[in-house]
Design a protein around this ligand. Sequence first.
Ligand SMILES: [Zn+2]
Ligand SMILES: [Zn+2]
Length: 301
Amino acid sequence: VGFNSQNSFGFSLLSSGSKANCTLVTDSENSFLIDAGLSCRRTEQRLLELGYAMEELAGIIITHEHSDHVAGLKTMIKKYRPDIFATHQTAERCDLLDYDNLCRFSAGEQIELGGFDVETFPVWHDAAEPVGMVVSKGESRLGYCTDTGKVCPRIESKLRGLSALVLEANHDLDLLDQAPYPERLKTRIAGEHGHLGNLDAAELLRVLARGDERLQFIIAAHISENSNTPVIALRELEQAWAASGGWKETSFFAATATAATPLFQIRSGLSLENRQEAAGPIDVEAGDNEAIADPKQRERA
Ligand SMILES: [Zn+2]
Ligand SMILES: [Zn+2]
């Protein structure tokens, strides 16, 4: 994959959902993972499909200690000894404090990973020290915000001026109500330290749309298989964006656990003058979004 400009980079959600989360961020020189929720073998496979290998990763940044974000970590460490970036308390919960290649940081700190700047921010989630982040290289900025019960003004301000946004759209409230979960779990999921529902995600997009944010990609992520579907999540987000006058060139996509998303390429240097021109064909093949409406997937979701 060619990233023709110094400031352009790409990302692919290798897996996203309540079962396993893992995202590749890459430019022409360096790559890293956000989270390691897929098994090591699955991660190797999905990286390979995109032309990447575990050996070439500059590191893995962990958002928090829940198993859907770290399930593959132990094996990866054994096999590859990668640099692991984690907050102090996440590292402690993952038993990483004695690991030689651990790079600890505090939620809210900015770190450098493989030539990328990663600005972390605390999120609202029932984990020890969970973070979201903005990955940037020059003018290109990718926001990553999942596993948070709400988007407070502080997080909202972090998610301004982005080129792309991976945003949790975990549940539909009606489907959550009907889901085969104990009441306590439903309350936890919908609570302030749980997961961001479609409505909350849509509300954030309304705010960003009204602020004339020019997002090239908005990816619905961490979609629950029991209390949401990719179709419903996408519909909510797209409608909110369009109804609030959101940029017409924004591409939407729903990430799932079934397969890696395409490698989305962020185009850098989208100034007001050249935005129109740059908003040409994207690197996602036409019809990819249709694939989500596949009835088999809908059944599973
Ligand atoms: Zn979590
Ligand atoms: Zn999670």
